[in-house]
Design a protein around this ligand. Structure first.
Ligand SMILES: Nc1ncnc2c1ncn2[C@@H]1O[C@H](COP(=O)(O)OP(=O)(O)OP(=O)(O)O)[C@@H](O)[C@H]1O
Length: 74
């Protein structure tokens, strides 16, 4: 079965809606907060002076199934 989430991400990156930065550019993370959708982590970027806060979203694999079910109904 096609991974809907992966295909969606690839398209969003190739269409320029999401900027993709290689994960090895980020330092070891420090957890700085927790929200409803996941943890927020602080990173330094290796090739710049930038500090970044990234949210690591919780994975809900049932979303793929719900989306596929919805698409079958259309
Ligand atoms: N850019 C940031 N810089 C510093 N700390 C941050 C940053 N973004 C989030 N945090 C910390 O992480 C915590 C959770 O942030 P988050 O955005 O996940 O909150 P939320 O809006 O309640 O979550 P959600 O949108 O998932 O429901 C914040 O309360 C804050 O302490």
């Amino acid at each position: 079965m096609t991974n809907v989430r992966e295909e969606w991400l690839k398209k969003a990156i190739s269409d320029g809606h999401i900027t993709c930065i290689n994960y090895n550019k980020f330092s070891v993370p420090i957890v700085i907060g927790i929200g409803g959708f996941g943890k927020v982590l602080k990173y330094e970027l290796s090739d710049s002076e930038l500090t970044a806060a990234l949210k690591c979203l919780k994975v809900d694999t049932s979303l793929d199934e719900k989306l596929l079910h919805h698409l079958r109904l259309i």
